[in-house]
Design a protein around this ligand. Structure first.
Ligand SMILES: Nc1ncnc2c1ncn2[C@@H]1O[C@H](COP(=O)(O)OP(=O)(O)OP(=O)(O)O)[C@@H](O)[C@H]1O
Length: 738
């Protein structure tokens, strides 16, 4: 890859590979730099690619001020690490925040220092890196901002501006970036206000592309917030359908969510695992179908193949429980990935056939696992919806946000509750007397389900006025895991550690949580529990795989998963996958399974029972990066002896693929927490990195713990648990304040 294309790629596709803060491949390229930018590169704040983008833009725009170029490079870095923009006033603190967090957490833990402990050695190395960042010469914010505003590279959006509300320019590349096809010096010089590569807006610095997307998304969210009932809907019939279809105990908020989805073209169903989100989706679709002259044309979608498969399956199971008339009205429902729904254009990662000129035909679009949706994808989805379509976003705003830039679900939820947007009354209104001061959304829902609205507290009413219904009752995944998740979510490290210290046999029958001290990370006696579980699960998978039983092998795959925050290094998924793989090979050598025969030997990846993960999207097969599967013996009666297949997806309807047909695929004895999003396992083991690791955050621990339904085991230090819980992800974005 050339320096030029590296630069463009890093800013344009800030994928997971860029999450590790260091950029070893770019070190040589970065040697060409001197001064402020080079210092930030040496301290591992900026990658070589960040520097190259800054230099390219600087030379296109005639900008030489190192403070401005630093701001440009930090804005590229911000996008690469998940933010939409850069806050020059706080960037120093957010880069350095981990120093004090980590030191504080280490002090609070009172753990003895031992130089032979790999966790502590890695922790010390991480602290040394952070100290180098602290020693950098950060510009003073007021001067820095003034320098940026004086730069030809930056348009000040607080000044009067004749720019029409922009869509993302329909170009295959980014005009703001050197790799974009429209990049040229004239873009900077001749079109001020429309092609300036950076924008300063609301105290935040943006790359033009992300500024446009954020403005577009904010504008479309606002347009969709007015009350709008589908044509042909009889509100009384709809209210009766909600009463009839959603009548169980603890279903009050589900009824509210259904009413909101009917009355607003954008509604959000937010809730943790097992709070009834998918059930609500099925219920609201049935209610909408019953309340309208014509059943709606429905699209179910999710950001990943695995999440789409789970959504489709869960909704179908729920629909099966409805009376025949409701089932018939809904017809066949299946879910697809967002990429497939929008129709991916060949050769382009984020351009789709369905756009503002070719709108989706659906009346109702439901998106599950919305926390994983990036700002760019949300912009594409919103522009492709028909103006009168109803969008229902479903997800858990406390989970890790998308790998790409943006934390859209969290932003939409925070935005909804802003007092200046909704003006909800402070106390509940009488059920039968909708108040003139009650916001329209609330008042519409009140009309349909008055008692349910009357029972809401002030916070829930405020969110509801902004179109968000938060489901709070846990129907599934309760017990110790739910308590741990709550403690993590609310930042209560003491409670989390108390729970983790409670013996599993005193935690109740629903689920258990367990803590293994990190001093023993490589100490086999303390890892005995993990080893036994990993080997046991692998034997079950292999036994089913050898019998050619795809359903059972896929089911066994979901029994246990090892999760890591890092991809590489001593706490990374790579190291742990190799460790677990060694344990399993050792066991199978000593205790071979029936059918485990020589013809499978020497086949590399293609050994029955080998767990697989897709690493490259394959649209034809509908297999997407992060989807997991397993190698099985080909069960066909006429199959050649020793021939195998790869099984993916829903155990009830697996996708079976010949090995040669698969592109990017690897074995998956351990995976990153990011990759595990949208999946659920019976048990998970979480390897925590040292407390100074910038990847260790509250959302990461919450997401990892909530992947399990029955058992969570955390391997790490107490200081790492405290650091994670004390450090919510801070993704810069202007969406919540727009
Ligand atoms: N009102 C209700 N009364 C009783 N059981 C319910 C109710 N709503 C949902 N359930 C049950 O609770 C369980 C969890 O529901 P559901 O799968 O809809 O939750 P979810 O939030 O989508 O979970 P996940 O986090 O797995 O996606 C299911 O078994 C469902 O049948």
């Amino acid at each position: 890859m050339t320096a030029h294309s590296t630069a463009a790629a890093a800013a344009d596709r800030p994928g997971e590979a860029a999450r590790d803060l260091v950029d070893p491949d770019g070190r040589d390229q970065a040697k060409a730099f001197t001064g402020l930018l080079a210092d930030f590169n040496k301290a591992e704040v900026l990658s070589a690619a960040d520097l190259h983008v800054a230099r390219q833009l600087g030379s296109l725009g005639g900008e030489r001020d190192p403070r401005v170029l630093l701001a440009v490079a930090l804005t590229v870095r911000a996008v690469r690490t998940g933010s939409v923009c850069l806050d020059l006033r706080t960037v120093r603190d957010s880069v350095l925040g981990a120093v004090s967090d980590a030191a504080g957490a280490a002090d609070a833990s009172g753990e003895p220092t031992t130089t032979t402990d790999p966790a502590r050695i890695a922790e010390d190395e991480e602290l040394a890196r952070l100290a180098a960042k602290a020693a950098l010469d950060w510009p003073e914010p007021a001067d820095w901002i003034a320098a940026c505003l004086a730069s030809p590279l930056v348009a000040d959006q607080s000044l009067p501006d004749d720019t029409a509300l922009p869509g993302d320019p329909a170009l295959p590349g980014d005009p703001a970036l050197p790799g974009g096809t429209a990049a040229s010096s004239s873009a900077v010089h001749e079109m001020p206000g429309t092609a300036t590569p950076l924008r300063y807006d609301g105290g935040l610095l943006y790359l033009d592309r992300y500024w446009r997307q954020e403005r577009q998304v904010a504008g479309e969210l606002d347009e969709r917030s007015a009350i709008a009932v589908r044509a042909g809907t009889d509100v009384e019939v709809l209210a009766a359908a909600i009463d009839r279809l959603i009548d169980g105990a603890h279903s009050s908020r589900q009824r509210i969510a259904a009413a909101m989805a009917a009355g607003r073209r954008l509604s959000v169903i937010a809730g943790g695992p097992g709070t009834g989100k998918t059930t609500t989706v099925a219920q609201l679709l049935a209610a909408l179908a019953a309340g309208a002259a014509r059943p709606p044309k429905v699209a179910l979608a999710a950001p990943t193949g695995k999440a789409a498969a789970r959504l489709g399956q869960a909704v179908r199971e729920q629909v099966e429980r409805f009376p025949a008339a409701d089932r018939d009205r809904l017809g066949a429902l299946s879910a697809a990935t967002l990429h497939r729904l929008l129709g991916w254009k060949p050769g382009s990662s984020m351009r789709f056939w369905q756009d503002r000129h070719h709108r989706l035909p659906h009346d109702v679009v439901v998106v599950d696992e919305t926390s994983m949706v990036s700002l760019t994808m949300m912009a594409r989805l919103l522009e492709a919806l028909r103006p009168d379509a109803h969008l229902v976003l479903v997800g858990d705003p406390d989970q890790l946000a998308s790998v790409e830039a943006g934390a859209v679900l969290g932003d939409i939820v925070a935005r909804a509750a802003r007092p200046d947007r909704a003006h909800p009354p402070a106390s509940p209104q009488p059920a039968t007397a909708p108040d003139e001061n009650v916001p329209a959304a609330l008042s519409f829902v009140q009309q349909l389900v008055p008692e349910d609205v009357a029972a809401l507290d002030a916070t829930a009413r405020a969110e509801l006025a902004g179109g968000v219904t938060r489901l709070v009752h846990r129907f599934r995944f309760g017990g110790a895991i739910a308590e741990l998740a709550d403690a993590v979510r609310t930042g209560d490290a003491d409670r989390a550690l108390d729970l983790l210290a409670t013996p599993p046999d005193r935690q109740g029958p629903e689920s258990t949580v367990e803590f293994v001290a990190a001093e023993a990370v490589r100490d086999s006696p303390a890892l005995a529990g993990l080893r036994e579980q990993a080997v046991g699960a692998a034997r079950d998978i292999a036994a089913a795989a050898l019998a050619g039983d795809a359903a059972q092998a896929l089911h066994a795959m979901d029994q246990h998963r090892l999760l890591c925050a890092h991809r590489a290094g001593p706490f990374g998924a790579g190291y742990w996958a190799a460790t677990v793989s060694g344990w399993i090979s050792d066991d199978l050598r000593k205790r071979p399974l029936p059918g485990q025969v020589a013809e499978h030997a020497g086949r590399g990846l293609w050994v029955p029972g080998r767990p697989l993960m897709i690493t490259e999207n394959d649209r034809d097969l509908e297999l997407y990066n992060g989807d997991t599967g397993v190698v099985i013996v080909d069960p066909a009666p006429d199959a050649r002896p020793g021939s195998v297949l790869a099984a993916f997806g829903d155990p009830q309807a697996p996708t079976l693929v010949r090995p040669g047909r698969l592109g990017g695929v690897q074995q998956v004895y351990a995976m990153t927490v990011h990759k595990s999003q949208g999946s659920q396992f019976r048990a998970v083991t979480i390897i925590l990195p040292p407390s100074a690791s910038p990847l260790l955050t509250r959302e990461l621990l919450y997401t990892a713990a909530t992947r399990a339904s029955k058992q969570v085991r955390i391997i790490g230090t107490e200081s790492a648990v405290r650091a994670a819980i004390s450090r919510p992800v801070l993704r810069a974005s202007g969406l919540r304040s727009r």
